[in-house]
Design a protein around this ligand. Structure first.
Ligand code: FES
Length: 108
């Protein structure tokens, strides 16, 4: 997808239905994009606990449950909601845009 300066356009907002999560890859980033109550959130797609992919998990409100060992994270800040996860999930700052989900590029 498009890459303008330090902003990265990941997908169209319409690509992510309300209450859903999708996987989006951009260069070496593999991300999960969530749509909750009209807001979009972006985290790493890889669970910090093991091989689970969070885009395969169950999203309930602002909590994503990994389908591998049922660990849970809050997608707003990456905090751990349920074990066995012990490492926070990386989150990305979503920049306002009319039609696209855009994030600030992470620091190298
Ligand atoms: S791999 Fe996600 S909870 Fe274990």
């Amino acid at each position: 997808m498009a890459d303008t300066g330090n902003l990265i356009e990941l997908c169209a907002k319409d690509d992510v239905a309300e209450g859903e999560v999708i996987k989006v890859e951009h260069e070496d980033l593999e991300l999960a994009v969530y749509h909750v109550e009209g807001q979009f959130y972006v985290t790493d797609n890889a669970c910090t606990h093991g091989p689970g992919e969070l885009s395969d998990g169950d999203l309930e409100g602002h909590v994503i449950e990994c389908d591998f060992h049922q660990g849970k994270f809050d997608i707003r800040d990456g905090s751990i909601v349920a074990p066995p996860c012990i490492v926070k999930l990386k989150t990305y700052k979503v920049v306002p845009h009319d039609t696209a989900v855009v994030i600030e590029a992470p620091d190298e």
